[in-house]
Ligand binder design. Structure first.
Ligand code: NDP
Ligand code: HSE
Length: 440
């Protein structure tokens, strides 16, 4: 017997919207049995009501008229699933003004305008729930906001983009080309409408902005994050890295130092092949969070796609319907940007190890020249690799792995290396990330 019925309106009947509709139509009974709340899909708004969709809606639900959702006083929850940062923002504000709680998977919008939207929701005495915005089906927002609430969070290491992880895994394990792997990720519904956002690292940065904002309780914008994508990754570097025991991942990293500085970065990262994150393949995401009390935690699951993301949206519906989201949302207060600007660390301050690949003339003294430049910048080598390669140009790859050094010293060394006559192409540089692992 249901304690109450909650009517729901969805805007955007695409990949995620279809998944949410499917769960609401097919699984409302078991959700009611578990929660005592009957969820009813009342309206689905999409600009295209003619397109074939994977889910058949009962008559009278699909419309292209947003006002029919906004003006329906019985609809308590409005779900924005169209994506983008302009019309979507307008729709969310309209839904709040119409007295609806808002649920969204729109990480781009929340990363750019989250604080403004949260303020509008507080003013309207409504809430915004956004579990699906980060790491697809993994309940990572809820983990940070409730499960780990006792902790001062020190670091987040995440594989947060399913498309990039799918591409890198397929390049690594199936020797597939970047282009072919991206095409498959698009066909499977993992990629954004504009996949540039996936592969240039911005989507991961949006998610890192959201996760680190709530983890560190301050407004963090994508512009605060150093971002490099995977668009220039060459399969050859993945192979050399593997030979030396590393796996390539696009990592999103947020760290808070003991003196209160916050470092945020997204970039291709060589991690030890033994690390648990190295075994996260395909569209899966994983997030490792370090809290002062709990130590290391690890969350794993499907990071993209219709049903995993819908699972997170429906989790939000249930939390909003039960009144839990609203209680928690009241306390979502982020230190505004103007107060936190001074504590965001710069990438130049980063201390890291680096993989450097140079394509050099095959002649005597080459390594001596490379080592001299690195030494001039106080950079110590921890490994070198060179394979025999015979080609008409007499150019061979030389790979060096550095010990820990400052990013700014490495950048200066790369500039000097690129000027050497023996260096025939722009050096390739990939950071090596030594993810801490908690152990007894
Ligand atoms: P889709 O492009 O598949 O779906 C969006 C839908 O919204 C389309 O049907 C689109 O119609 C419709 N639409 C566009 N503009 C409007 C409008 N003004 N009014 C009504 N409908 C409109 O996107 P996804 O479902 O993949 O993504 C939705 C959101 O979820 C995005 O914010 C995305 O970043 C996020 N997300 C997606 C995940 C995924 O795995 N796909 C995972 C996690 C989050 P048309 O096609 O005709 O333009
Ligand atoms: N395009 C995103 C990804 C969808 O590939 O991770 C999930 O947010």
């Amino acid at each position: 017997m249901s304690e109450k019925t909650i009517k729901i309106g969805i805007v955007g009947f695409g990949t995620v919207g279809s998944g949410v509709a499917k769960i609401l139509l097919e699984d409302a009974d078991h959700i009611e049995a578990r929660t005592g709340i009957k969820l009813e899909l009342a309206k689905v708004v999409d600009i295209d009501t003619k397109k074939a969709r994977p889910v058949k809606l009962p008559d009278g639900i699909l419309t292209d008229d947003l006002n029919s959702l906004l003006n329906d006083k019985d609809i308590q929850i409005g779900i924005e699933l169209i994506g983008g940062t302009t019309i979507a923002k307008d729709i969310q504000l309209k839904m709040l003004a119409a007295g609806k709680d808002v649920i969204t998977a729109n990480k781009a919008l929340l990363a750019e305008h989250g604080n403004e939207l949260y303020a509008a929701a507080h003013k309207a005495d409504r809430c915004i729930a956004f579990e699906a915005s980060c790491a697809g089906g993994i309940p990572i927002i809820s983990a940070i906001r409730t499960g780990l609430a006792a902790n001062r969070i020190k670091a987040i290491y995440g594989i947060l983009n399913g498309t990039c992880n799918y591409i890198l895994s397929n390049m690594t394990k199936k020797d597939e080309s970047f282009k072919a792997a991206l095409k498959q990720a698009q066909n499977k519904g993992y990629a954004e409408a504009d996949p540039t956002l996936d592969i240039n690292g911005q989507d991961s940065a949006h998610k890192l902005a959201i996760l680190s904002s709530i983890a560190f309780s301050c407004e963090i914008l994508p512009g605060d994050i150093f971002v490099e994508g995977i668009e220039n990754i060459d399969i050859v570097d993945i192979r050399y890295g593997r030979e030396m025991g590393y796996t390539l991942k696009l990592l999103a990293i947020g760290q808070k130092t003991d003196d209160g500085k916050i470092f945020l970065r997204v970039h291709p990262s060589f991690i030890s092949g033994d690390n648990a994150l190295a075994r996260v393949d395909g569209p899966f995401n994983a997030v490792s969070i370090f809290g002062h009390a709990v130590g290391q935690t690890m969350f794993y699951g499907r990071g993209a796609g219709m049903m995993p993301t819908a699972s997170a949206v429906v989790a939000d519906i249930i939390e909003v319907a039960m009144g839990n989201s609203k209680k928690l949302f009241k306390h979502l207060s982020l230190e505004p940007k103007n107060k936190v600007a001074g504590i965001i660390g710069k990438i130049d301050e980063l201390v890291s190890r680096f993989y450097i690949k140079l394509r050099v003339s095959d002649k005597p003294g080459v390594f001596a020249q490379i080592c001299t430049i690195l030494a001039n910048h106080e950079i110590s080598l921890s490994g070198v690799l060179q394979h025999e390669e015979h080609n008409s140009h007499n150019i061979v790859p030389a790979i060096v792995i550095t010990h820990l050094t400052q990013q700014k010293k490495n950048t200066a060394a790369l500039a000097d290396l690129a000027k050497l006559e023996i260096v025939k192409e722009k050096p390739v540089c990939i950071r090596i990330v030594d993810i801490p692992e908690d152990s007894d």
